[in-house]
Design a protein around this ligand. Structure first.
Ligand code: FNR
Length: 392
């Protein structure tokens, strides 16, 4: 019997790993390590958490078809999405204020992703400027997530900076134009931006300071008074109040990079956005952090894929925890998936090394599942790999 991935053999060879392998154990270890407000910020969800729980539960409604006829061909989980080559069909989802998890923050995430051969989608709200994050992992192929500012010059500046710094795609944040109701954040009255987290891309942008009416004395965090004023301005300009499919033409006129829209769950919106020029769609409900009583993101995936009809890649996130979850999403039509909380937990436990552990584990488990369902690449996955698992 061959171990299908090299990470398993490495762990057995090393006599173990400093990190847990199960998603629940990883979360628990991060809970023990982090302050209550940091852990609740990361782990929390909207309202009672019904959407977040639905996201996880949706996967258990599918069974995978196990196959015995096989050929001696190595399994290769690599995919290429919009020109970016990925050693596995899993990217790191944009997640803000990663320095709450670990001081290595986004730079650690970028390094961990690059080590395993995949990409970080850098959140708009980071501790370090996007240029520094790209420079921290020179072999990486990062994407940038745009929060389309109410101030058009600021939005354009961020897009231009990302393109210049080597980011390979823009992921437009579609699903966070209004604040979700998150009781676990409220219980600590913890708004990280007020404490100096998350505004690295804004504090490094001259247009932002022009809006704030202040000239910073140098790079780095502004002093307390300037920061208080800056956070207030940021709150006003962070996102624009409206978004229509026609707006994509404006964004496309600013850049040659492909543009994906994240947070799409409604097939008719997906169809409109593709017709308006979106180069990719990300099915996501923000990990259940925005709207309680929401439909599980996985349950939206088949209809969105049908509406997109292969015209552009479809990515998926919200609830992916295992390699078999990745396989289910791909069999339902996704071209690749993203993980959110799991990489933040890995980061919390070991910086870049912890992120690489999470990705290597997913890669091995996915590669094993791909092989055992009779595949050598992701391209042949289809609905025929899935059977309804029945009530759980
Ligand atoms: C997020 N997410 C997110 N999404 C986004 O578009 N921009 C952002 O800045 C953030 N920030 C953020 C912070 C934290 C702490 C979390 C946990 C998540 C959502 C993220 O991109 C992704 O959609 C979900 O995390 C996916 O769900 P799972 O994998 O966490 O279940």
């Amino acid at each position: 019997m061959a171990y299908t991935g090299s990470y398993q053999s490495q762990v057995f060879g090393n006599g173990g790993s400093p990190y847990p392998f199960g998603a629940a154990e990883l979360e628990e270890a991060a809970r023990v390590k982090l302050s209550p407000e940091a852990f609740d910020y990361i782990a929390g969800a909207a309202g009672r958490g019904l959407t977040a729980r639905a996201n996880a539960a949706a996967f258990s409604r599918y069974g995978l078809t196990y196959r015995v006829l096989h050929q001696d061909i190595p399994t290769d989980p690599a995919v290429t999405i919009l020109g970016t080559s990925l050693a596995l069909p899993v990217l790191l989802a944009p997640a803000g204020v990663a320095d709450l998890a670990h001081p290595e923050a986004e730079a650690g995430a970028a390094r961990g992703a690059a080590e395993v051969g995949t990409s970080l989608v850098l959140s708009a709200v980071t501790s370090s400027p996007l240029e520094d994050v790209a420079a921290a992992a020179p072999s990486g192929h990062p994407w940038f997530q745009l929060a389309w500012s109410r101030d058009e010059r600021l939005a354009r500046s961020l897009v231009h900076r990302a393109e210049k710094a080597g980011y390979e795609a823009i992921v437009l944040m579609g699903d966070c134009y209004a604040a979700g109701w998150r009781p676990r954040e409220l219980s600590h009255a913890f708004f990280p931006y007020r404490h100096g987290h998350g505004l690295g891309n804004y504090y490094s942008d001259p247009r932002f300071w022009a809006l704030a009416g202040h000239t910073p004395s140098g790079p780095g965090l502004p002093d307390d008074a300037a920061r208080e004023a800056a956070v207030a301005v940021w709150n006003q300009v962070f996102t624009r109040p409206s978004f229509a499919p026609g707006d994509l033409a404006t964004l496309k006129s600013w850049t040659d990079l492909p543009i994906l829209v994240k947070g799409v769950c409604d097939p008719s919106e997906a169809r409109c956005l593709v017709e308006a020029g979106a180069d990719g769609i990300v099915v996501s409900n923000h990990g259940g952090r925005q709207l309680d009583n929401g439909v599980a993101a996985l349950d939206c995936l088949p209809a969105v894929c049908a509406a997109v009809a292969g015209r552009v890649p479809v990515l998926f996130d919200s609830g992916i925890r295992t390699g078999t979850d990745v396989l289910i999403a791909l069999a339902l039509g996704a071209d690749a998936v993203m993980i959110g909380r799991p990489w933040l937990y890995g980061l919390a436990l070991g910086g870049a090394d912890g992120v690489a552990h999470v990705l290597r584990s997913l890669k091995d488990e996915f590669t094993s599942a791909l092989t055992l369902t009779g595949h050598h690449t992701c391209a042949t996955l289809s609905l025929s790999d899935l059977t309804p698992a029945g009530p759980q």
